[in-house]
Write a protein that binds this ligand. Structure first.
Ligand SMILES: Cc1cc2nc3c(=O)[nH]c(=O)nc-3n(C[C@H](O)[C@H](O)[C@H](O)COP(=O)(O)OP(=O)(O)OC[C@H]3O[C@@H](n4cnc5c(N)ncnc54)[C@H](O)[C@@H]3O)c2cc1C
Length: 395
């Protein structure tokens, strides 16, 4: 078997992996980035919405090439669609952003990694981890069908939601059924929508999740739905929810479907362990998706940057203790927030449509200057204190 040697092996070239490879290489490491698919970024399995506030954090300049739509804000609709909460730029600040073209975006990030000196192998899945004396020493990669050995001082697992690398390394990132949201999305054309906003629908139209319309430009949008796995009773149910919604909305019903995608997201608190001797987890592999929004591109990119930088720093002594700096950084940023959002998600998924209609009615009428869980809860507490009892500890 052929053998190769690198400082850092990054497995998976999504946003998390490309950022990890880029920043490890920028900081002097000899980096290999392997991707199992023959092309970066396709097939796209994403609604493609991002905010703009974090791009600077990962040193990525906005490029028209990967932007499909500039978004002014978000609209959240009550189950009866009588109340709409609008999150405009003034309220949401930098949280508003773009609907991107993930294919070009992911390719752009991978190109940035290569620009810094990382080597990129396509059609090269990692199939096994190499362990010696209980320590990870690299991985077996099926490079264009040929099994080769890649030895590395540090491995970064960036292999997404279906991550196997963490499991091979003995790190538990197994999800409970209720912390998985199953998704289906149509790329639709010839529809009528307010293309300056992303649109979110909550309630029994999407149990334990939500339905979204993310504009991709004039008369085109990603129209999708996520439903909590523990709310699904039969196969094909998620698609039925989406089809029903489209059927009931003439502005969508008149459209055509150009593409169908399916996927899943984790909606859970941050796992206990994100590093071990010689290994770090980033992005979806580290379960860093926000449990309320289901967004994970930003968190994957930011965690990727930190993992890459800290990996490069720890090359002299790639021990668990040294890599712990990464785990701490991730936990400082997301542990509290994701736990709170997970709790709110759990509670919201138990509310019926009538209660949600009431909640949304209050929120849409109150002049909430800043959109935060706290501001929303306080507004609702004034009118329906009984609805807030469950959430009291968050206040
Ligand atoms: C339907 C849907 C809609 C979504 N919408 C949004 C949204 O609007 N906004 C948002 O922010 N987030 C969204 N997300 C989440 C977002 O897509 C992820 O959080 C993001 O892609 C995570 O990036 P990542 O780099 O961690 O993983 P990924 O982007 O999944 O990349 C992992 C990469 O690893 C590769 N890989 C896997 N196994 C191996 C292996 N053994 N060897 C080599 N390569 C491997 C994969 O092919 C893939 O390229 C959505 C997700 C879904 C499913």
């Amino acid at each position: 078997m052929k053998s190769y040697e690198y400082d850092v092996l990054v497995i998976g070239a999504g946003p998390g992996g490309s950022m990890a490879a880029r920043f490890a290489a920028r900081n002097g490491a000899k980096v290999l980035l392997v991707e199992k698919r023959p092309e970066i970024g396709v097939p796209v399995r994403c609604a493609e919405g991002i905010s703009r506030d974090w791009l600077e954090t990962v040193d990525v300049k906005v490029d028209e090439k990967w932007i499909d739509a500039n978004i002014d804000g978000a609209k959240i609709y009550s189950p009866d669609e009588k109340s709409v909460v609008e999150l405009s730029a003034e309220k949401a600040g930098n949280e508003v952003g773009f609907v991107i073209n993930r294919e070009y975006f992911d390719k752009h990030l991978a190109a940035l990694a290569v620009e810094e000196g990382a080597e990129l192998w396509l059609k090269s899945p990692a199939i096994k981890i190499i362990k010696e004396d209980g320590k990870i020493k690299g991985a077996i990669i099926r490079k264009f069908g040929e099994e080769v050995e890649v030895r590395a001082k540090i491995i970064i697992a960036a292999d997404g939601y279906e991550s196997q690398v963490a499991r091979w390394a003995g790190i538990n990132t197994v999800l409970r059924e209720r912390d998985i949201v199953s998704c289906i999305e149509y790329r639709m054309s010839n529809i009528d929508i307010d293309e300056k906003f992303t649109h979110f629908y909550i309630g029994s139209c999407a149990p334990g999740g939500y339905l979204w319309i993310f504009p991709k430009g004039k008369n085109e949008a990603n129209v999708g739905i996520g439903v909590a796995l523990n709310k699904i009773k039969e196969p094909g149910e998620v698609k039925k929810y989406l089809d029903k919604f489209i059927e009931e909305h003439p502005n969508l019903k008149k459209g055509g479907i150009l593409q169908i995608i399916t996927g899943a997201v984790s909606v859970c608190p941050v796992p206990k362990k994100l590093v071990d001797d010689n290994i770090m987890l980033v992005g979806d592999a580290a379960r860093l998706i926000d449990p309320i929004t289901g967004g994970g591109i930003a968190n994957a990119s930011i965690s990727g940057r930190w993992a890459g930088e800290i990996a490069a720093k720890c090359l002299v002594n790639p021990s668990k203790e040294c890599l712990q700096e990464y785990e701490k950084k991730v936990k400082d940023k997301w542990e509290k927030k994701h736990l709170r959002n997970w709790f709110v998600k759990e509670k919201l998924s138990e509310l019926d449509d009538d209660t949600l209609n009431k909640l949304m009615d209050v929120i849409s009428q109150e002049d909430i200057s800043e959109i935060s869980v706290r501001a929303i809860l306080e507004a609702v507490q004034k009118k329906y204190p009984e609805l807030i009892e469950e959430f009291e500890e968050l206040l």
